[in-house]
Every structure is written in C-alpha cells, then in structure tokens.
Design a protein around this ligand. Sequence first.
Ligand code: SF4
Ligand code: SF4
Length: 379
Amino acid sequence: MIQHGSDQPAFNAAAFAQSLAKEQGFALCGIASADASQYAGQLKAWLAEGKHGAMQYLADHADIRTDPGRLVEGAASVIVVADAYHPQTPGPEPQAPTPAGRVAKYAWGDDYHKVLKKRLHKACNALEAEYPGHTYRATTDTAPIFERELATRAGLGWTGKHTLMIHPRFGSYFLLGTIVTTLPMQTSELAGFPAPLSPPTDHCGSCSRCIDACPTDAIASEGYSVDARRCISYLTLEHRGSIDEQYHEPMGDWLAGCDICQDVCPHNRRRADLAAQDADPLQVHARYTPHNYAGGFDLLKVLNWAAEDRQQAFIGSALKRVKLDMMQRNALIAAGNALAQQDDPVLREKVIELAQADNQRELVRETANKVCERLGFLP
Ligand code: SF4
Ligand code: SF4
C-alpha cells in the first residue's frame, strides 16, 4: 500500500470508494481533484471553429463542463471509473447473406449508460451511508463534464492523439463514468486497481497511426483534436441531416460509429491479442456481451425496416438514439460502397426504388439519389 500525502480521512474515503468500484466490477477506478479544467481555452477555440457540428449541448454547457464545481456546488473530488468492453477485431462473422454495415464495438452490448449508471448509483448510496452529509452525483455521458480529462487526472491513462483515454497496458476500449462529490478524497492504490499514473505520461510519441488511418481526416495533423463534423462516429450517430458526398466513399461499411482510430492504435494490440486467445486481462461486464448484430447489420434488411423493426433491433442498445431515417441514410451510403465493389442486383434495385419513391422521407430519398448518381444507376 502506498499512501500519497498525509490526509488520512481523505485517503480512507478514496480507498472506500475504490473498494465500492471493485465490488461493482469496474475495470479501472481512480480519484481526481474537482479543480476546473486546464483545457477551457482549447474547448472554447474548438467550439468557436464549429468543430462540434450540431452537438449544441457541448456549447450550451461549456462553462459547467470545464468546472465540476459548477455541476456540484462545493465539489472536492471526482471518482472516475471505467468499464472495459470487447476489444476483438474483427468482430464475429456477419450472419447476413447480403452486404452488411459495421457497428462500433462500444455498442455491441447493452446500452453503457444504463449498465454504468445503475452501479454508480449503488456506489453513491453506499458512500452516502458511510459519509452522510455530502453530495454525490453520478454521470455517464449524461451531464456536462469532461470525463476524459478527469480520467487522465485520476491517473487512469493519457489522452491519445485520437483524443480518447489510453491506459498504457490495457488500451482505450473503455467506457467512462464519474461520481462528483463534495467529499474530500486522496488518491490511493488500494482495492486491486492498477496503480494510478501520476502524472500520466503521453506514450503516443512519434506515432501517427490513428491520424494516418482516419478515412475522413477528422483528426488534426498534429493530433489531440478531432473535427466532429468529419468524424464517422458523429456523422452516423449524431448528425441528423444529409451527409456530404465527400464523406460517402471514406465511410466504407460503417453503419453506426467507427473504430478505426482505436483499432490501429498499438496500445490496443496487446489486450486484443490476449482476448482473441480467451485470455483478456480485464473482466468485461456480462451486459456488454455482443448482441446478434455485433458482426454487422444486413444492409438490405435495414433498408426494408419499418419503425417497429428498428425499435425491435435496438432494444436495450445505445443505438436507440439513431432514428430510422438516419440508419437508412447510413445504410444507403454503405450499400453504395458495397455496390461499387461488387454488384448485388437485389440491393441495387432497393437503392433505386428508394431514390424514386415519392412516399419516402426526404433524408432517405435524397441520400438514395446521391448514391444512384455516384454509381450511375439512374439515367
Ligand atoms: S472514429 Fe473514425 S472517423 Fe472518427 S476520428 Fe476515429 S478513425 Fe476518424
Ligand atoms: S495510434 Fe499512435 S498516435 Fe494514435 S493514439 Fe494510438 S499511440 Fe497515439
């Protein structure tokens, strides 16, 4: 046991919080100070350049996001936890008889918001019982807070050039959650979690694999900044309008999200290799067990979906925020890319039908027309 500093009650509180995190099965847990962000200026500049796209909520709460004290009055500490998800690449073989569109790994299992939040609330209740009179607020991508910076501050890893947190041994396939509290805590190495990195060292060095591999050039040439407007994750999951043709071909077969910058990162290789041999060093929560679409959605099926088919497919999934017309827009782009490689008469006919259908939603018809135009399907 290593004690950092000499504030025994704060040290004990941190150890207690970490034992709760262990009990709840989190892969990583660390304690960060609730000081204001060091990156408020960078966030402002990023927002001013419009790189958040249509994610207006990022701009609306920028001042709260950069100061946990504005989220929880009197905040002293932030407990940062991380759930590991499945690192294997490629995923299970698609069951689809026709071309399939890929889904990012984080969404293969149950909705992480729910999986994380329930356990964070249990930890909050236990903290409240042990240390009454303090405020505890759990967040899982659900409140304006810089989870990644806090994770770094808590010693869980460093922020890579692709802007995601990377643990030096276990890589970046993590989902983050926090508890912001007025309870003072001091970092500890108890409870069997990997030792916090203090200070977290950047191990990207001269590597530029993620920057080079990003098909839409969304990552700045020197790294550490992503233009969301160009990122396939944003385009497929957040952007509600039509997708500029310049991104259609680079989007490849991604239907929902994109894993490329993480898949090429050398820091993810070790865990992925071990997991492929059934020796994953991290325990993945049972609720992240891949759904049957983990290998991809059959594009023809998605193009034939009615509202209830989408609803059925996304039960319990983080993808449920992706509307039907967005999914079909994405499927049309992926179908166009598949058809550019190899003809599939049934899929081709479906794309043409959607381009000509008067009763289709505008986004679907417009995207189908763009795809047909690109591939010369219409006279
Ligand atoms: S998720 Fe995909 S598109 Fe977005 S930055 Fe990473 S590689 Fe580029
Ligand atoms: S691929 Fe290379 S540059 Fe990108 S995050 Fe990983 S180590 Fe850093």
